[in-house]
Design a protein around this ligand. Structure first.
Ligand code: ADP
Length: 209
């Protein structure tokens, strides 16, 4: 099955775009949800993280204190790599497991930090949602009740738009209305259906193509 990785900066519109693909009946796998499930209380992955980073990464209710963990790995590349070596193989395995159960012409896998974490190979196509920093600031401050400075700090810790665009096979420009966004998704949906047909044909014995 054709696997499309969907990525973009905070507030670029990944969730909105994935919902638009879902409206076409296309399954969406969200790696944010997978990584939260992996570290739920009682999961072995949480134990592995506690062993690596110490009990200070736990909240009083014994759930993972994500803010604390983020502080530990922020600007500490070694610790960040340690965390990624625990999480990424498990996320990849779970994505593969979920894909294997799907029957659809293609699927969307949402990977917010695709470029930052060098996971490009997980997908056949990379779809980037590109948005101006102005729109990101406006939308996230409205959505998450965070200050512009807080959102700007998150944006600057993420990969630059140019790097993201350089990795893209397809780009959605989300600076306009929701209607314009929908139109772009509709066009891409047709394109991915065609790609899927082409790749299925390529898998057929030559004389049956
Ligand atoms: P992400 O998942 O990339 O963080 P979201 O899809 O949650 O981004 O979008 C951020 C916010 O901006 C949400 O509240 C969403 O409803 C809103 N939004 C996204 N695209 C548009 C748009 N084209 N016009 C207006 N609001 C938008």
């Amino acid at each position: 099955m054709l696997v499309v990785a969907l990525t973009g900066g905070i507030g670029s519109g990944k969730t909105t775009v994935s919902q638009l693909f879902e409206a076409f009946g296309i399954p969406v796998i969200d790696t944010d949800i997978i990584s939260r499930q992996l570290v739920a209380p009682g999961e072995v992955t949480l134990e592995a993280i506690i062993n690596q980073f110490g009990p200070s990464v736990l909240s009083a209710d014994r759930s993972l204190n994500r803010t604390k963990l983020r502080q530990i790995i922020f600007q500490n590349t070694e610790k960040k790599a340690q965390l990624e070596s625990i999480l990424h193989p498990l996320i990849r395995k779970e994505v593969a497991r979920q894909i294997s159960k799907l029957t659809a012409p293609y699927c969307i896998v949402v990977i917010p930090l695709l470029i930052e974490s060098n996971q490009e190979k997980i997908a056949d196509r990379i779809l980037v949602v590109d948005t101006s920093e102005f729109a990101q600031l406006a939308r996230v401050t409205l959505r998450d009740n965070q200050t512009e400075n807080e959102v700007a700090a998150i944006i600057s810790a993420q990969v630059s738009p140019n790097k993201r665009l350089a990795a893209a096979d397809e780009v959605i420009h989300n600076n306009g209305s929701l209607k314009e966004l929908k139109q772009q998704v509709a066009i891409l949906h047709q394109k991915y259906l065609t790609y899927n047909q082409a790749s299925e044909q390529a898998n057929l014995p030559f004389d049956l193509r």
